[in-house]
Write a protein that binds this ligand. Sequence first.
Ligand code: EPU
Length: 419
Amino acid sequence: MEKLVITGPTPLKGEVTINGAKNAAVAILPATLLINGTCTINNLPNISDVKISCEILEKLGAKITWNTPNEITIDTTNISTTKAPLDLTSKFRASYYIIGAMLGRMGEIEVGMPGGCKLGARPIDQHIKGFELLGAEVTVEKGTIYAKANKLKGNNIYMDIVSVGATINVMLASVLAEGTTIIDNAAKEPHIVDVANFLNTMGADIRGAGTDVIKINGVKSLHGDATYSVVPDQIEAGTFMLAAVATKGDLIIKNCITKHLDSITAKILEVGGNVEDNGDSIRVWCKKRPTKANIKTLPYPGFPTDLQPQMGVVLSLADGTSIINESIWESRFQYTEELNKMGAKITAQGKTAFFEGVPKLYGAPVYSSDLRAGAALIIAGIAANGVTEVYNLEHIDRGYENIEERFRKIGAKIERIKE
Ligand code: EPU
C-alpha cells in the first residue's frame, strides 16, 4: 500500500504546467475506433485512466506505440472483436465511450457496466436513449451492456438532463450514421468541444459543440493521418488555483485556457484571493485568510463539481460560514469527514454542506474516497499544521500525473511512501 506523507503548512510558490485533460483524453482515445487508420495524439496525461483506455483499445485490436510518455500513435485498422474486456471496462467510468464508438465502427459491442468514482447513482439512461433513437438495440443483463445496430440513422435527440457522458457518447455514435443528428440540451464542457474538434480534424462534420445544440452530419468515413493535441485540463488548472488560495501561496499556472477557468476565478476573487489572467497562463495568489462564499455546482460554464472538494478546503479555512450545494452528484461530500479529522467544522446533509471556517487545519491520517476528494486532501495537508498521511492513492493516480512531484516543485513537503 502507498501513502502520501505531507508536512505543512507550506505556502505554494512558483510555476506549474497543466497537462492534457483527463476527461477529454478518455473520450478521444475510444473515438479513434471510428478511424480506419492511424493517428497521433499528444498532450495525453500519463495517468492510469489513460493507460487502461489504451489497454482496452489494444484488446479490441488497435496497435499503440508510445512515442513519449505523453504521446501515442494509434492504428485502428484491424479491430478484431466486439467484446470489450469486462475486467478493464469495469475499472473506470469512461469505458462507456466504447459503446458509442464501437456502434459507429462495428455496429455492435458487448461491454461491462462502467466503474469509476463512487459519487452516488450514476445511471446511463440518457446514453441508451440516444443510441436507441439512432436505431440501436440496447440491453443490459447481469452487469453487461449489449448494443447492436444494423444501420445507425441520424435523429433528433433531446437530453432530459445535461450529461457530459451522454452528449459525447451520442456524438461518437452519430459521426458515421446516415443523415443528421441533433443533440438538444447538450453539455457544453471544454472536453466536449475538444472531442468534436478531434473528430472534425479526422474528417467528421460536427457543428455547435460548446453550445447546447450540437448538429452532426454523418460522413462515410474518417481519414486519420493527423496529429491532435488534447486540450489543457480545466480541472487540474483549477486544482492548482485553489491550492494557491488554500495555502496562501503564489502560483503561475501555465498552459491553461483561462476562459475555461472563469467560474473558479470569480469565486477566488469573491473569497479575497487575487487572479491575473495572462492569456495562456494564470497567476493566483492570496495573502490573507479567505472569506466565506456560497457555491452551487452546475454544468459548464457553472462552477464544476470536480472542483467542489478543492473549494471545500478553501472554505473550511475561510472566515465565516459558507454553504456548498452540490447539484450534480448525490454523494460528493465524503471528503468532509476526512477534513473534520483535520480540525475542519463541516456539516454535510444530503447535497448541502455547511462550512464553519476554522483558522487552521491540523495534520491527520485521511482516506480519499474518490479522485477529487484525494486532490482536496493533498491541498488540505499542504495547508495544515503538522503531518498528514493521505491513503487510497489509486483514486488520485487515475487523474493527476506525477502529483507529488509537481506539488514538490512548488514547495510542498510531500513524499510517496510504500508501506
Ligand atoms: N445522469 C443521468 N443519466 C445519464 C447520465 C447522467 O441521470 O444517462 C446524471 C448523473 O447521475 C449526474 C448528472 O446526470 O447527476 C451529470 O452526469 P454526467 O453524465 O454529466 O457525468 P459523467 O459523464 O458520468 C463526467 C466526468 C465527471 C464529472 C461529470 C460532471 C468523465 C469521465 N467524467 O461524468 O468527472 O464529474 O462529467 O461534470 O468525463 C472526475 O473527473 O472526477 C469526474 C467524476
